[in-house]
Design a protein around this ligand. Sequence first.
Ligand code: FES
Length: 212
Amino acid sequence: MSKALRYLSKTRPQAASNLMGFYKHSVVALDEKTRFLIQIVTKITVGTERGLRQYAPKALKAGATKEEILDAAMMAFPAAGLNKLLDAIDILNDLDLLPEVEGEESSKEANKNLGALELFPEGRMQSVKRPDGDLLVYRTGPNQVVVYDARCPHSKASLCDGTDHGDRVECRVHNWIFDLESGKCLEPRVDGKEQDLIKIPATIVDGHVVLQ
Ligand code: FES
C-alpha cells in the first residue's frame, strides 16, 4: 500500500476502504498478468514514473515476458504520445524489463560499472552523468555506497547541479533538501507524499561500484 493510501486509511477510513474494495472487487475476469500489463499502459499514459516502477516488475513476476511488457508500453502510445513513451522505455530499460538488443549486452554490462570505489570519497556526493540517466553516488562506508536517480522527485531537475551540503543535497530549482544516506526528503516534508530520492540498486564488485 502506498504512503498516500496509508494516510487516507487513517484519516478517511471509510473512503479508503471503499476505494480499496473497488480495486479489489471491480476486476474479476482478468488474470493477474493481464491486469499488471494493463497497469503498465495506464501508468505510461498518465506519466507516473513511480507507478510504472511499481507495476512493471509485478507484470514480470506474474509471468509476462519482456516482449509482452514492450507490447504493453507500445499500446500506451496513442494516448500517451511519444515523449511519455520514450520516458517509459528508459525506465523499463533501467529496470531491465525489456528484450535485449542483439550485440548490446557487453556495452550494457560496461555501462553498469560506475567506476572504481576510490572515485567516490566517503561522505561526499558524486554525480555520474550517463546517456540513460544521470545518477548520484554517495559512499556511506569503506565498502558501501548508495546510488540514486539524479532527477529531483519534485519536478525532475537534475540534482547533479544541486548544492552539495556534504550529507545533504539541495535542489537549486525549488530548494527541496534530501538526506544522501537515506534518500529521504528533509524539506519540505508533506505527509503521505512520495518525495524521496529513487534508489538504484548497486553493489561493490572487485573494488568497483556496479549497478545491479
Ligand atoms: S525540481 Fe527540485 S525542488 Fe523543484
